[in-house]
Design a protein around this ligand. Sequence first.
Ligand SMILES: *Cc1c(COP(=O)(O)O)cnc(C)c1O
Length: 411
Amino acid sequence: MEKWNFEGKKGLSGSTISVRAVYNMLMARTNNKKPMLRLCRVDPTDNPSFRTTHEAPHAVATAVCSYNFNSYAPTAGLPQARRAIANYLSSDLPYQLTPENVFLTAGGAQAIDIILPVLACPGANILLPRPGYPQYDSRATYCFLEVRYFDLLPQRGWEVDLDSIEALADDNTVAMVLINPSNPCGNVFTYQHLKRVAKIARKLGILVISDEVYAHVTFGRNPFVPMGVFSSIVPVISIGSLSKRWFVPGWRIGWIATCDPRGIFQKTGVVTNIINYLESTSDSPTFIQAAIPEILDKTKDDFLSKNINMLREAANTFYDLCKEIPCLTCPHKPEGAMAVMVEINFSQIKDIIDDMDFCAKLAEEESVIILPGVTVGLKNWLRISFAVSTSDLVDGLSRIKAFCLRYAKMP
Ligand SMILES: *Cc1c(COP(=O)(O)O)cnc(C)c1O
């Protein structure tokens, strides 16, 4: 037999199922009798009412037309963009971030792609939320960072199962990830809960990666509190992006911000390692970076609050209609971000074996696409995006209801 020294990398946690593969499989099953409805992707631009504010393309056009931003960007990003983001984030923090705390990335996704390998060292492990955002799992797999899961508890509004964290962690645990506002659960963590998380992380000697890609996208009781508020307790790496709040995911602009007034990342070499890693990656386009100060400065509150109102309406519509669907339970009304988790009650349903089967049959019979929970780590749940137009949401939920009525066991 021929011998080769290479092989497809075997992951440490190859358990997650690719969202894209499942999405393609479901798309292929839709029938053409009913128009296809996608309540699954969280690309806000799918919804025609979610259009970015005109200040944003204007700022980009100005940058492009100046001819000043055709060069490669500096490793950590354009200084004026780093400064603008530092100021933007600092308005929610008890202390001022400096431009040196901010590293520009090609979206929140590249921030994840950078920070996990920066932290990976032989034997290290990381704590991820379940359900969660699958990119953390796949990235961890490819840099041989062992993944351990802590649960988010639906009966407690998707709070972290704090008791389990200490049992999961050991001396090789380097970090835990928190997504706030939460994708896929749609909850927003309270100040008190975040503080408890910070204290546990401090006790364990691990840092907190706070994915705040949905920062300020909140429309319930709890306001958004950045994890950086607790960075005097534990050092925090905050991940941010324009993609979701400004509806421009295709612009590929995001950031890593180190919130660490005690300078622990400096002492432990994390900052140096981030910079070294950035040296070997591609950057967010220079002219998009150059537009950041103007976008952050000129975006009107009207634009942001109008979007929040639309999402609040959508969350209300979703929650009210979902209550009328047999066999499904939404344990927590969404109060942030753009997606929500719904449980399938298998004791009330017949002829469906699991969440994947549910979504496949729903696609075949109703041309509605929603994601099986298994793609975000929670089997036999469903992940539904409510950030779609009202008509799609109402139509989609009424088809799901008709579907569930067909499969409900007779009382
Ligand atoms: C969308 C999303 C990202 C990726 O952000 P981009 O700016 O689109 O790359 C990261 N984390 C979470 C939780 C997200 O929902």
